[in-house]
Design a protein around this ligand. Structure first.
Ligand code: AP5
Ligand code: MG
Length: 207
């Protein structure tokens, strides 16, 4: 299955995409993770993207569309994938129509207040993309999956989080309507606990 995970920053797209991908044995394609790795490796794309990400703005459509086009051509995508954080604008969604057949769009719905709580305590592993919250780490600073150091993302500062939420409401929320009209949208209450959300997504993908 070719699946899109839609939802505001902090909704749990990465957390759930990783779990669903393990269950279905398909790759998770997170444009945010790809960009953060490019910044770490100081590639040309990374250098271009850094100022946008740090400000909580979207990276230009042409840069992102090229990244996704190239990624979807790789061998491991032939049996399905989850797009985590793409598309995020109507032009991105329109570009995707030309390169992929999407089977389902999972929209994780969470109120802004809860999103701010989640992002302020998030810790991530840049190496494997695993995501944690300080409340469940008990002081641990290494990734349980791969052992690398956990960090706080530069764009999880309070002020940048507010910018990201504004950008989401202005530029990405219109995609809810876009996919609703195509009959692909599955809205999941993302304020529930992680196991319940996982079970709901698995159920909705069966139907
Ligand atoms: P990206 O990395 O995609 O960030 P985002 O969309 O802002 O989403 P997040 O990764 O912050 O949240 P998430 O939904 O994955 O939540 P998570 O599972 O981590 O993008 C970053 C930047 O890159 C963008 O701002 C932009 O600049 C650029 N970019 C990326 N894609 C782009 C595109 N297509 N076009 C243009 N620019 C692009 O969970 C969050 C926290 O909550 C964690 O601590 C987690 O442990 C906790 N949590 C998760 N689920 C639950 C739960 N059910 N209950 C309690 N806590 C939970
Ligand atoms: Mg994410």
């Amino acid at each position: 299955m070719n699946i899109i995970f839609l939802g505001p920053p902090g909704a749990g797209k990465g957390t759930q995409a990783q779990r669903i991908c393990n269950a279905l044995n398909i790759p998770q394609i997170s444009t945010g993770d790809i960009l953060r790795r490019a910044i770490k490796e100081q590639t040309a794309t990374g250098m271009k993207a850094k100022s946008y990400i740090d400000a909580g703005k979207l990276v230009p459509d042409d840069v992102i569309i090229d990244i996704v086009k190239e990624r979807l051509q790789q061998e491991d995508c032939q049996g399905g994938y989850i797009l985590d954080g793409f598309p995020r604008t109507v032009p991105q969604a329109e570009a995707l129509e030309g390169i992929a057949n999407i089977d389902a769009v999972v929209d994780l719905d969470v109120a802004d207040e809860e999103l701010i709580n989640r992002l302020s305590g998030r810790r991530v592993c840049l190496k494997c993309g695993a995501t944690y919250h300080v409340n469940m780490l008990g002081g641990e600073t290494k990734c349980a999956a791969c052992g690398d150091n956990l960090i706080q993302r530069a764009d999880d500062k309070a002020e940048t989080v507010l910018n990201r939420l504004t950008v989401y409401h202005q530029q990405t929320a219109p995609l809810v309507d876009f996919y609703q009209k195509k009959g692909l949208l599955k809205v999941i209450d993302g304020a529930q606990d992680m196991d319940t959300i996982f079970a709901s997504i698995m159920e909705t993908l069966k139907g």
